[in-house]
Design a binder for this molecule. Structure first.
Ligand code: HSE
Length: 301
């Protein structure tokens, strides 16, 4: 009658695949503990690690709102009751899929307490609704990898069509979060609704190249392909020292470097774990010298 679930942070977009590609990392991530109660209804018992920023009101908190949605969908909201403890181990508004990790953990937990009536595929649309609540748009490129693990492709949104992609043996992500707040909602409003055909051609060439590179474990092709001409030029403005960090990462041998999700976190993709470590340490030291606090993580993709 109780369960504790961890869901990982995710790097959405994978640099070139805005809203369609994403991967999960080992850490950080969020934890949800859920307890069945005799009284029906969904309540938040406590939230830790959010500096008081997340709402405790079960209709406003995305985790509890999604859990309620699922109970309503199953027609048992007047029979089943739970209390939720949310333990956040990662920063909010960081571009690491913070809301998505909490939502996925919450939905996985309730489904499990109910005896798994829904498959992961069936849980996904509820996770996407959580993203819509959190930032005004139901993108699936954080929730899909948080739920399924590895690298996922959202082949289509209507209906949702998610493809798991192969993960080459040696692929690492060095993530740095410069502590400035960039809410996804704002970072989405900034980008243009229309793109030039020439740029679209470049971008879909890169996406196709990346997918081929993943299937073939062709690191050179992965490196050539993980470039973003559509979104990065606009969003980079919100990230302090973006181009300096990129230069450092590429000089140290990264396969690619770009924005994680909607930022401000940045990600270096490497073939070697030690290079990812060197990059994140060097970038963090650079940010410290500029009086910008940061957190950094290294993980296998
Ligand atoms: N694809 C989304 C975006 C991810 O770039 O806005 C947000 O984490």
């Amino acid at each position: 009658n109780e369960i504790r679930v961890f869901a990982p942070a995710t790097v959405a977009n994978m640099i070139c695949g805005f809203d369609i590609l994403g991967f999960a990392v080992d850490a950080p991530g969020d934890e949800v503990a859920m307890y069945r109660t005799t009284e029906p209804g969904v309540r938040i018992r406590s939230i830790q690690g959010d500096d008081g920023r997340l709402p405790l009101d079960p209709d406003k908190n995305t985790v509890s709102a999604c859990v309620k949605m699922l109970l309503q969908h199953l027609g048992i909201e007047n029979e089943f009751g739970v209390e939720i403890e949310l333990i956040k181990h990662m920063p909010i508004g960081s571009g690491l899929g913070s809301s998505s990790a909490s939502t996925v953990a919450g939905l996985f937990a309730i489904n499990n307490l109910l005896g798994n009536p829904l498959s992961k595929e069936e849980l996904l649309p509820f996770c996407v609704e959580g993203e819509r609540l959190a930032c005004g748009h139901g993108h699936a490129d954080n929730v899909a990898p948080a739920l399924f693990g590895g690298i996922t492709l959202i082949r289509g949104y209507e209906p949702l069509d998610v493809i798991k992609l192969p993960v080459p043996n040696d692929l690492y992500a060095g993530v740095v979060f410069p502590k400035v707040d960039v809410p996804t909602r704002d970072a989405r409003q900034l980008i243009k609704g229309k793109v030039a055909l020439k740029d679209a051609v470049t971008q879909w060439g890169n996406i196709a190249g990346l997918i081929a590179g993943l299937y073939e474990s062709d690191y050179d092709l992965i490196s050539r392909s993980m470039k973003d001409v559509l979104i990065e030029p606009t969003r980079a403005i919100l990230i302090p020292e973006f181009y300096e960090m990129k230069q450092m990462a590429m000089d140290l041998g990264a396969l690619s470097f770009g924005i994680s999700g909607s930022g401000p976190s940045v990600v270096a993709i490497t073939k070697d774990e030690s290079i990812a470590k060197q990059i994140t340490e060097k970038i963090s030291a650079h940010l410290t010298a500029k009086e910008i606090e940061s957190l950094h993580y290294v993980s296998a993709v």
